[in-house]
Each structure stands twice: as structure tokens, then as C-alpha cells.
Ligand binder design. Structure first.
Ligand code: HEM
Length: 147
């Protein structure tokens, strides 16, 4: 439907290299919740948030996050096929001390990045389409916290 077209089209328009967009997203995330920075054990080697975000370990995580979003965009027609993967990904994030409440801030940062990167193409319909997909991803990851 329309949502899927909006998501696919906008994701493609960001270009092949998604890492710079991921850096915008995580800069925003650490601005909104600086405490999240300390969950990355390697963050202690950084002087500032900007130093962190340009370190290889951080860029590695940003790359991984962008790959997961890319997988979700590629599987819009069968997102449930990612459920086991996302549940396990949730478990790993529980293990490193992430709280499910933080996903709201992550979502806000994702939307912020899309707004920055898409400019005029960032519309209310597009925002809602991304929110819908993001909430499915978050719901699947959150199952990793269930006892
Ligand atoms: C791994 C933190 C959000 C995808 C990790 C690791 C940490 C971490 C500390 C382990 C070290 C590393 O691989 O760098 C966080 C924090 C987040 C966050 C604090 C925000 C609150 C996300 C999101 C995604 C994601 C939204 C994707 C949708 C991954 C992947 C791995 C990972 C794919 C590798 C898992 C593996 O080793 O199999 N994350 N993460 N992260 N993260 Fe995140």
C-alpha cells in the first residue's frame, strides 16, 4: 500500500551509504538521553559525544542499526519473518542494559534523522508510515525482555 511505498521510496532516497544518516540519528539520541552513551562499554575512551560517534566501534553499531532498518524495509511484506531475529536482538539489548522505554527516544531520533535527511519529502503521512513500521520492530524486540 501507500505506507510501504513511502517507506521504501524515502529509505532509497537516503542513498546507498546509510551510515552518515545513522550518525545523525545517534547524535540526536545521545543529545536527548546522554545516559545511553555509557551503555556502550567502549564509550569511556571518548572525550566528547562527537568523538564517540566517529570512533570505529560506534560506527560499527550505527552500521548494524542501519542494516536492521534496511532488513525491515526489505521485509515490509513479511515483517513477521524477522520476529525471531528481533526477539534475539532484544535479548542482547536487555543484556547490555538497555531499557525498553528507551525505544521511544530511539524512535524520536529516527524521525529526527528522516526529517533532516528528507527535507520537503518528510510529510505527516511519511512520519506515520515510519512510526507504524518502527512500532512493529520495537514490539518484536521488546519480547526479548519478557520473563
Ligand atoms: C549491539 C547498544 C539500539 C542493533 C549493541 C551493543 C550495545 C548496543 C552496547 C553491543 C556492542 C556492539 O555491538 O556495539 C544499543 C543502545 C541502543 C541500541 C544503547 C539504543 C537505546 C539499537 C537499535 C538497533 C540495534 C534500535 C536496531 C534496530 C544492534 C545490533 C547489534 C547491537 C544488530 C549487534 C548484536 C549482535 O552482536 O548480534 N547495541 N543499541 N541497536 N545493536 Fe544496539
Amino acid at each position: 500500500g501507500k505506507d510501504k511505498e513511502l517507506i521504501r521510496g524515502s529509505w532509497e532516497s537516503l542513498g546507498k551509504n546509510k551510515v552518515p544518516h545513522g550518525v545523525i540519528m545517534f547524535s540526536r539520541l545521545f543529545e536527548l538521553d546522554p545516559a545511553l552513551l555509557s551503555l556502550f562499554h567502549y564509550s569511556t575512551n571518548c572525550g566528547s559525544t562527537q568523538d564517540c560517534l566517529s570512533s570505529p566501534e560506534f560506527l560499527d553499531h550505527v552500521t548494524k542499526v542501519m542494516l536492521v532498518i534496511d532488513a525491515a524495509v526489505s521485509h515490509l511484506d513479511d515483517l513477521h519473518s524477522l520476529e525471531d531475529f528481533l526477539l534475539n536482538l532484544g535479548r542482547k539489548h536487555q543484556a547490555v542494559g538497555v531499557n525498553t522505554q528507551s525505544f521511544a527516544v530511539v524512535g524520536e531520533s529516527l524521525l529526527y534523522m528522516l526529517q533532516c535527511s528528507l527535507g520537503q519529502a518528510y510529510t505527516a503521512a511519511l512520519r506515520q508510515a515510519w512510526l507504524n513500521m518502527y512500532s512493529i520492530v520495537v514490539a518484536a524486540m521488546s519480547r526479548g525482555w519478557a520473563k
